[in-house]
Ligand binder design. Structure first.
Ligand code: NAD
Ligand code: USQ
Length: 409
C-alpha cells in the first residue's frame, strides 16, 4: 500500500513511518520541518539527539534496505505542490500528522494563537480540497485528540465520536438523532482539532472522501522497535514546558533529580497511550478503512486513563522523586472524572501496552543517558492561559495577588 505521511518527521510521524515501512508499506514523508524551527525559536532541543531528516532516511535504508521518500512542503501554504504530489503519487492512503500540536505553545501569545489556527486549519483544508480535486479515492487518516470532547461527560463514557440524542420537536414528539459529540476545546490548539472534525464531516458528506479521525490521548514513551535499530534513528523526546507531555516530563524530571511539576491538585484525569500503540493503531486504521459512502469513522485512540497526581505518585514510587504542586498555568477543571470508550481498536485486535514499570524505566534510562542535553531553565511551564496568573523569577507559577503562595495538593 502506498502511503503519504504528512508530518512524518515528528514525534508520532517518524516512528509510524518506520514501522509501516518495515512492514512493507511504500512510504513518502511530507514535512516542512517547522517543528525543528520551533526548537530554534524556543531555544530548546529534543532531549534525544535527533538527526537531520536526510541522515535519518539514509540510516533507515542502510539498516532495513527500504527506501522512504521525503518531500519538504508546507501543507498549509503550498497547495499546488501538495495537489501535484497527490496527483502524481496516487497514494492509497494519507496520514495527516502535520499540525502544531502543543496546547501551551498555542497559548503563548497572539502570534502563537494565530500561527496555530493558520497552520492547522489551512493544512487540513488544503489536504481535503486537494484530495477532492484529485478525484482519487484516497483514505485520509487524521490524528485528532481526546481534547475535542473536553474531559468530562454527563456521567457516561465518552463515545467514539458520535452521540445519540433525543430531540424535542416541540409537539411532544421526541426524535432520535446521531450528532458529532459536542466540541469542548480547552486551548487554541484543541480548538483547531474541533474545527478539523467539522471539515471532515463536510468533505465526507459533499465529496465522499473516506476519512478516519483518531482521537488520541496523551502519548508517552520514545522508542519503538524500529527507532531502536540504530541510535541515529532515535525518536524526539520533548521535555520543555511547551512541548513536553506530562508523563514523559515526570519520567525525565525523576531521572535528572528535578521535582515533579504537578499543576494544581493533579486531579486532572487524562487518557494515555504509548507511542508503540500509536504506531499499531495507525496500521489497524489503514487496514480497516471506511467503505465508499460511509460517514467519517472515528476511533478513540487511547488505552488507559489516569489522574496527573496518580502518575506523579507512580513515578515518585519507582524513583524517589519529590512531587511539587504548582499553581496551574492553564484554565482547566482542577478535578475531573474521565471514562472513555476504546472498543473499536480492541475489537480490531489492539493488545494495549499499559503503564508497566519496565517501560517507565526505559524512558527514565533514555532521559538519564541524555541528561547532559537538558536545559533545566526550560522545564517549568511558562505559557499562561489567562493574564491573571504570573510567573516569579524562579519560574514558579504564582497568582498576582498572592505572591509566593503555592497551591496545596
Ligand atoms: P510533532 O510536532 O512532533 O510533529 C508534527 C510534524 O508535522 C512536525 O514534524 C512538523 O514539522 C510537521 N508540520 C507541522 N505543520 C506542518 C505543515 N504546515 N506542513 C508540513 N509539515 C508540518 O507532533 P506529534 O506529537 O508527532 O503529533 C502529531 C499529530 O498527532 C498532531 O496532529 C497532534 O495533534 C496529534 N496528537 C499528538 C499527541 C501527543 O501526545 N504527541 C497526542 C494526541 C494527538
Ligand atoms: N501537566 C502537569 N504538569 C506538567 C505538564 C502537564 O500537571 O508538567 C498537566 C496539564 O495541566 C494537563 C495534563 O497534565 O492537565 C496534560 O497535559 P499535557 O501537556 O501532557 O497534554 P496536553 O496539553 O493535553 O496535550 C497533549 C499533546 C496534544 C494532544 C493531547 C491529547 O501535546 O497534541 O492532543 O495531549 S489530550 O490531552 O487527550 O487532549
Amino acid at each position: 500500500m502506498k502511503v503519504l505521511v504528512l508530518g512524518g518527521d515528528g514525534f508520532c510521524g517518524w516512528p509510524t513511518s518506520l514501522g509501516l515501512s518495515n512492514s512493507g508499506y511504500d512510504i513518502t514523508i511530507v514535512d516542512n520541518l517547522s517543528r525543528r524551527k520551533i526548537d530554534i525559536e524556543l531555544e530548546c532541543d529534543s532531549l534525544t539527539p535527533i538527526q537531520p531528516i536526510s541522515t535519518r532516511l539514509k540510516v533507515w535504508k542502510s539498516v532495513s534496505g527500504r527506501d522512504i521518500q521525503f518531500v519538504n512542503l508546507d501543507v498549509a501554504r503550498q497547495y499546488h505542490k501538495l495537489f501535484t504530489l497527490i496527483k502524481e503519487l496516487r497514494p492509497d492512503a494519507i496520514i495527516h500528522f502535520a499540525e502544531q500540536r502543543a496546547a501551551p505553545y498555542s497559548m503563548k501569545s497572539p502570534f502563537h494563537k494565530r500561527y496555530t489556527v493558520d497552520n492547522n486549519i489551512n493544512a487540513t483544508h488544503n489536504l481535503l480540497c486537494a484530495i477532492a480535486e484529485s478525484e482519487l479515492d484516497i483514505h485520509l487518516v487524521h490524528l485528532g485528540t481526546m481534547g475535542v470532547y473536553g474531559y468530562g461527560t454527563a456521567g457516561m463514557a465518552i463515545p467514539e465520536g458520535y452521540l445519540n440524542v433525543k430531540v424535542d420537536c416541540g409537539n411532544g414528539e421526541l426524535k432520535d438523532l446521531e450528532i458529532l459529540y459536542p466540541a469542548n476545546p480547552g486551548s487554541v490548539y484543541h480548538l483547531t482539532k474541533t474545527q478539523d472534525a467539522l471539515m471532515f464531516y463536510y468533505y465526507n458528506k459533499n465529496d465522499g472522501i473516506r476519512v478516519t479521525d483518531l482521537h488520541q490521548g496523551v502519548v508517552w514513551g520514545t522508542n519503538t522497535p524500529e527507532t531502536m535499530m540504530d541510535e541515529r534513528l532515535i525518536n524526539r523526546f520533548d521535555y520543555d514546558g511547551d512541548y513536553g507531555t506530562v508523563l514523559n516530563r515526570f519520567l525525565m524530571q525523576a531521572a535528572i533529580g528535578h521535582p515533579l511539576t504537578v499543576h494544581g491538585t493533579g486531579g486532572q484525569t487524562r487518557a494515555f497511550i504509548h507511542i508503540r500503540d500509536t504506531v499499531k493503531c495507525i496500521r489497524i486504521a489503514l487496514e480497516n478503512p471506511p467503505q465508499k459512502g460511509d460517514k467519517v469513522q472515528i476511533f478513540n485512540q487511547t488505552t488507559e486513563t489516569h489522574t496527573v497526581r496518580n502518575l506523579a505518585e507512580l513515578v515518585s514510587e519507582i524513583s524517589g522523586a519529590e512531587i511539587r504542586y504548582y499553581r496551574n498555568p492553564r484554565k482547566e477543571a482542577t478535578e475531573n472524572k474521565l471514562n472513555v470508550l476504546n472498543e473499536r481498536f480492541l475489537q480490531l485486535g489492539l493488545n494495549p501496552v499499559t503503564l508497566q514499570e519496565g517501560l517507565l524505566s526505559e524512558v527514565m534510562d533514555i532521559a538519564k543517558k541524555y541528561e547532559y542535553r537538558c536545559d533545566k531553565s526550560k522545564i517549568i511551564c511558562k505559557s499562561l492561559w489567562t493574564k491573571d496568573i504570573e510567573i516569579d523569577a524562579e519560574g514558579s507559577n504564582i497568582p498576582i495577588n498572592q505572591p509566593g503562595e503555592r497551591e496545596a495538593p
